[in-house]
Design a protein. Structure first.
Length: 404
């Protein structure tokens, strides 16, 4: 195992197109780090540069104490797992697992021992004599991972390895990946566009966004999953992490009789002191416009409003999505837009639903499946104002946080 260090790493393609800009990232020995972001954000390019499959235009990459910029992929002692399995169809599972070891001219007994150990870890021992065409998608992906495991490399690099599987298999394999990493504790860099995979697998998660003239850096925030969710550093991370996405409305803060209130969409909400404490310097934004963020899970159940009446809003139900264990309720306040064009531009790269940037104020809440609501219902919602988020529209960063 080994640390992986990226220092000022960039990638510029012929013609001047920049895919990756100034990435600084330290991946600890034994860590499971996930690179997540929308399509085109450069996450696979970063992974391929670590692997040596893409040349580095700028900066350095080190694996352990060795700078590997000019080291061939085969000499980096890493193993890569691809989205499309990349198995040899004419070989048995055993031979697929053993192929790389045979190229290294390892002794037959050692090859057999490693293959059997990996097959045991992945629970594919009974399939060692089969060809890939006789396996299911999940079994093929286990073989692809087994081929990486038998090499006992310094690090695993995984490029969306579960994206070809159906929803049920993805959940199963996600659990297996977590179990395997716990057992092997090998440094792992994992690329996905699926934030559920990112949040459930990663020791830490690195959120990337596409490079643009206004924002030349891909890397937005690197943190444990809970920190990303509860303390997003900017509007992009706040909008990308979480499903449904964080509700964001354009509003103002005001102080009155020692209290602070958020005014948005014609509503006036008392802000709990805990939320103010999480945003150092927020007093400097009194009377100014900012973006207020509310997670869908930070509402009490529809129709059960209680507690501080200054934390209650009323809204019309637009759509109710019943998912079994929970219900997502979408509301429309009927006001004019609260997201200005400038804020819309800051949010554009999150892949957010365009309806949240439309002609009326729309937002969502997550409630118990026991709550029965229908389109057109008028309901009361209790906001947990201690969990409100505030962002400066000037730069898109959370109040109290600084641009990286």
């Amino acid at each position: 195992m080994a640390e992986i260090t990226l220092s000022d790493v960039g990638k510029i393609y012929p013609g001047g197109t920049r895919a990756v800009g100034d990435v600084n990232l330290g991946i600890e020995d034994g860590e499971f780090l996930v690179l997540v972001g929308p399509s085109g954000c450069g996450k696979s390019t970063v992974l391929r540069m670590i692997a040596g499959l893409e040349e580095i235009s700028e900066g350095t990459i080190a694996i352990g104490d060795q700078v590997v910029n000019d080291v061939q992929p085969k000499d980096r002692d890493i193993a890569m797992v691809f989205q499309n399995y990349a198995l040899y169809p004419h070989m048995s599972v055993f031979d697929n697992l053993a192929f790389g070891l045979k190229l290294r001219k390892m002794a037959k007994d050692d090859i057999k021992a490693r293959v059997e150990e990996a097959a045991g870890i992945l629970e594919i021992t009974e399939f060692l004599d089969r060809k890939p065409k006789a396996l299911s998608g999940g079994q093929r992906q286990r073989v692809a991972m087994g081929r990486a495991i038998v090499r006992e490399p310094k690090a695993f690099l995984m490029d969306e390895p579960l994206s070809n599987l159906d929803a049920k298999l993805r959940v199963q394999m996600r659990t297996e990946l977590g179990r395997i990493h716990t057992r092997l504790a090998t440094t792992t860099v994992y690329v996905t566009h699926d934030q559920v995979e990112a949040m459930t697998l990663g020791t830490r998660v690195a959120v990337l966004k596409p490079v643009s003239e206004a924002s030349p850096d891909n890397l937005q925030q690197v943190a444990p999953p809970a920190e990303l969710f509860h303390e997003p550093v900017n509007l992009f991370v706040a909008g990308f992490i979480g499903s449904p996405a964080m509700n964001m409305v354009y509003g103002t803060l005001e102080g009155s009789n020692g209290n602070v209130y958020a005014n948005f969409a014609g509503k006036r909400i008392h802000i709990a002191q805990r939320a103010l404490d999480r945003h150092p310097g927020i007093e400097n934004h009194l009377g100014k416009e900012l973006v207020v963020g509310i997670r869908p899970g930070d509402f009490e159940e529809a129709g059960v409003a209680h507690g501080d009446p200054e934390e209650v809003i009323e809204a019309n139900v637009d759509v109710a999505e019943v998912l079994g264990s929970e219900t997502f309720v979408h509301y429309e306040l009927g006001e004019r837009p609260v997201i200005t064009p400038d804020i819309a531009a800051l949010l554009a790269d999150t892949g957010a639903d365009a309806s949240t940037l439309g002609d009326t104020t729309k937002f969502a809440s997550r409630v118990s499946s026991d709550v029965r609501v229908s389109p057109g219902d008028r309901v009361k919602l209790q906001i947990d104002s201690s969990k409100l988020h505030f962002f400066d529209p000037a730069d898109g960063y959370r109040v109290g946080a600084s641009p990286a």
